[in-house]
Design a protein around this ligand. Structure first.
Ligand code: SF4
Ligand code: SF4
Length: 197
């Protein structure tokens, strides 16, 4: 088994991330080191429900334990999120992550790169977004939606259905209304800050 894993991994692209290719003399932290390691919203199901894979990548990722949805004819296979490789705010298969992960840069990273916002401001923005997502997860749990294996969008939609079903209990009705407002706010925040507005 170990040999087959090694043989599959050896067929993956050579390591091409900035961290491993930088010469030692210039080993200063990248934006990914500084910002992504405190964020993870593009891996934990908050921004995406899945990511498209190249066909040559799927076998190796399955061996590594990632959840892959098989491709329909003519469609790419999908890496499902929350990603099973996301552990402790880090990608546990970083050197072997698929090309969709290697090439993705969220809007916030691009804005820091262009100088439109500072690193400190980006850190605050990430902390605020994580706090808002955590708050909305507490509200969803109070409504009965506690499934951490689902992507956030799916949890939102299930929580909104649950909140619409609550008509008898005034306290739960208030909770449902509060959750609807919080969910809408978080969706807008994630879209405008990390995606393309
Ligand atoms: S959402 Fe942006 S800052 Fe957060 S981990 Fe992904 S690329 Fe990094
Ligand atoms: S493979 Fe790594 S970088 Fe890609 S979604 Fe999973 S944890 Fe994130």
């Amino acid at each position: 088994m170990a040999d087959s894993v090694r043989s599959i991994l050896s067929k993956l692209e050579p390591l091409s991330d900035k961290v491993t290719r930088r010469p030692l003399a210039s080993m200063k932290p990248t934006l990914t080191d500084v910002l992504c390691t405190r964020c993870g919203l593009c891996c934990d199901g908050s921004l995406f429900a899945d990511a498209e894979l190249a066909s040559r990548e799927t076998a190796a990722l399955e061996v590594l334990g990632l959840e892959i949805e098989d491709a329909d004819p003519g469609e790419p296979a999908l890496l499902l999120q929350p990603c099973a490789a996301f552990k402790g705010k880090r990608c546990s298969i970083y050197a072997h992550r698929p090309s969709c992960c290697r090439t993705f840069e969220c809007r916030l990273l691009r804005e820091v790169e262009s100088g439109a916002i500072s690193i400190d401001r980006a850190k605050e923005t990430i902390a605020n977004a994580l706090q808002e997502v955590a708050r909305v997860k507490v509200l969803m749990a109070q409504l009965g939606q506690r499934d951490e294996r689902l992507p956030l969008k799916e949890r939102f939609s299930e929580a909104l259905t649950l909140s619409s079903d609550i008509i008898e209990d005034p306290r739960m009705n208030r909770k449902g209304a509060e959750a609807k407002i919080a969910i809408t706010r978080v969706q807008n925040l994630l879209q405008q800050t990390f995606l393309d507005g």
